[in-house]
Design a protein around this ligand. Structure first.
Ligand code: DGT
Ligand code: CA
Ligand code: CA
Ligand code: ZN
Length: 576
């Protein structure tokens, strides 16, 4: 599958074009990259089926980008990109991942100091060469160093939502082999952790040698670390490591439990077995005479140990074993239970699709309502809406609601920008006319913790703000959260009846699991949104559900599992 590779190259194009100061085009490349990476089928087959014209139907893909995608599929490269790379030979991808380092900065650093790689950049910082350049200073040098440290910590792990398509295609590939009985990805992937280190797949087969031969011939395999009949380890072209283990049917459940982890959960499970005088390992549960008493299924292992079966998302040794012993595990929110998506951007601002396109797709997916939340005026880079445009959009949505009556309801909303002082950039009078208001921070990420916290609290105190979108502002592997006292935010959400969002976009997942758990404990209501900037992004709603499950959330904790009427009635801060 070349989807991720193409998305990567399109992003590189965007970076180089931005470096050259070319207007609009970089955004188009970005959007196209978004589309290709969230396309749920193989790009090669997709192009074979629909051709160039079909490609152009994807958000962000115009004539010239479509041609480049086809060129890459044919020749394995994009000529224009190769030329750009020759002209400015820097590791633009890595360098631009550093917070505060954009393409223009990269160009300046290359010209002035010949910096090409992350190592070059780090060295130049440590030798204080950066602060001497015009337009830079000691502060920017320190900021870059901090960014490098953050990048180094995170970059070895993959964002779950971005690798699901390739893992699923591998699993489907394996399932096609006649000698393979069962195939299940275990590990952090099964626990739906927000990032994964590697993928651990389990299979049952009577013919493991053949299966391993077949596994290493998966077209995306780039390197084989080790190959044996029970365990084979490879690296895929995207850099992700995958282990495949073939096990016996009678110990499949034990292996699944063991390799699903987490390690800390396993240790607790094993201690529970030891207390009974038994032994638990990846082959089974054995009594004191060494007789296997369970192993074929996970369920029977949990049952024999006196536990409820524990959903993989909870297996983090966060008290789940005690709850399972007392048969008090929460009934987690179920996949597919979101009835309305409340954060959607359209081509009125930085989204790729029109409102109608977003509506049509939502109808196809069976959503009962969606809320249009374009950015507002102070976020100028997105073309944020001012009061006048918002009113215009509201009227337009009223019209659309007549057209789509009986099929879906479109709510009028906005993603209002919280300004530096905590005030909003849209007047209360206009906010009062909206059905649902989300407020969010998009600027001034570096305020001191108490100032940042007060800034958000001030927004929550506004009677028109229903929800705080992506409350901590992090972008996984790219940007750390801003400093904020999350406990205080959660308490204040309770006091002010403000909803907190679980933004389900793969590299946001914000709130994160541990914050969700705190909200559940304190009775703070949440919603799960896709933060769609294209109709392809609705698929991420289930990733948000996964995150909510990891935070022990039930259906009633997540307000947009409610049908529209109940949702509107239950909005904690309604001003009807
Ligand atoms: P990752 O890959 O870093 O995202 O996280 P995991 O949880 O997939 O960890 P990984 O791939 O190292 O191992 C897969 C599972 O195997 C892990 O969740 C639990 C189990 N496991 C690995 N090493 C140990 C160990 O030393 N003791 C126990 N009890 N279990 C282990
Ligand atoms: Ca793993
Ligand atoms: Ca592993
Ligand atoms: Zn946006």
């Amino acid at each position: 599958m070349k989807n991720l590779e193409i998305a990567r190259l399109l992003r590189m194009m965007a970076l180089y074009l931005e470096m050259k100061g070319i207007p609009f085009k970089p955004q188009a490349y970005e959007r196209a990259a978004y589309s290709i990476e969230s396309l749920d089928e193989n790009i090669e087959e997709f192009v074979k089926k629909v051709g160039k014209e079909g490609l152009k139907n994807l958000p962000g893909v115009g004539e010239s980008i479509a041609e480049k995608i086809i060129e890459f599929l044919k020749t394995g490269q994009i000529k224009e990109l190769e030329e750009l790379k020759k002209e400015v030979p820097v590791d633009i991808e890595t360098l631009s991942s550093i917070e505060g380092v954009g393409p223009k900065t990269i160009y300046k650093l290359y010209k002035a100091l010949g910096i090409r790689t992350l190592e070059d950049l780090e060295k130049a910082c440590r030798e204080h060469k950066i602060r001497r350049l015009p337009g830079f200073g000691a502060q920017s040098e320190e900021k870059i160093l901090k960014g490098i440290e953050f990048f180094k910590q995170g970059s070895k792990r993959f964002v779950l939502g971005f690798i699901i398509p390739i893992v699923e295609s591998l699993v489907n590939y394996l399932k096609e082999h006649p000698d393979i009985k069962e195939v299940v990805p275990a590990g952090s992937y099964r626990r739906r952790k927000e990032t994964v280190g590697d993928i651990d797949i389990l299979a049952i087969s009577k013919n493991p040698e053949k299966v391993m031969d077949y596994f290493v011939s998966f077209p995306e395999v780039e390197h084989i670390y080790a190959k044996g009949p029970t365990k084979t380890m490879v690296r895929l072209k995207i850099g992700l490591d995958v282990d495949l283990r073939v096990v016996e049917k009678e110990s499949f459940g034990a292996a699944l439990a063991y390799f699903t982890g987490s390690k800390d959960h396993n240790i607790q499970m094993r201690e529970l077995a030891i207390k009974k005088g038994w032994k638990l390992n990846e082959y089974g549960l054995f009594d004191k005479n060494g007789k296997r008493i369970a192993g074929e299924t996970e369920e029977e292992i949990y049952e024999k140990l006196g536990l409820q079966w524990i959903p993989p998302e909870l297996r983090e040794n966060q008290g789940e074993i005690q709850f399972a012993l007392e048969k008090k595990l929460p009934e987690l929110i179920e996949y597919g239970s979101i009835k309305g998506d409340l954060q959607i951007q359209t081509n009125w601002t930085d989204g790729s699709n029109s409102i109608e396109e977003m509506v049509e797709e939502a109808i196809k997916l069976g959503l009962e309502y969606i809320c249009i939340t374009d950015h507002t005026k102070s976020l100028a880079v997105t073309g944020g809406l001012d009061e006048e445009k918002l009113l215009k959009q509201m009227n337009f949505i009223d019209e659309l609601n007549k057209k789509y009556k009986g099929k879906i309801t479109i709510l009028k909303g906005a993603e209002v920008n919280i300004q530096k002082d905590g005030s909003l950039d849209i007047s209360d009078e206009i906010l009062a006319k909206l059905d649902f208001v989300g407020a969010a921070i998009h600027t001034h990420f570096n305020l001191p913790k108490n100032v940042q916290t007060e800034r958000i609290i001030k927004a929550m105190k506004n009677p028109h703000v229903d929800c705080i979108f992506h409350p901590t502002g992090r972008v996984i592997n790219k940007r750390p959260p801003y400093e904020v006292d999350i406990d205080k935010i959660i308490d204040e959400a309770k006091k002010t009846n403000t909803i907190l969002e679980i933004d389900a976009y793969p590299d946001r997942l914000d709130l994160k699991d541990e914050h969700i758990k705190k909200c559940v404990e304190k009775g703070v209501k949440m919603v799960i949104d896709s933060d769609a900037h294209s109709y392809l992004h609705y698929q991420y709603l289930n990733l948000g559900v996964a995150q909510a499950r990891r935070g022990w959330a039930t259906q009633s904790d997540i307000l947009n599992t409610l049908p529209l009427k109940d949702f509107m009635k239950n909005l904690p801060k309604r001003r009807m």
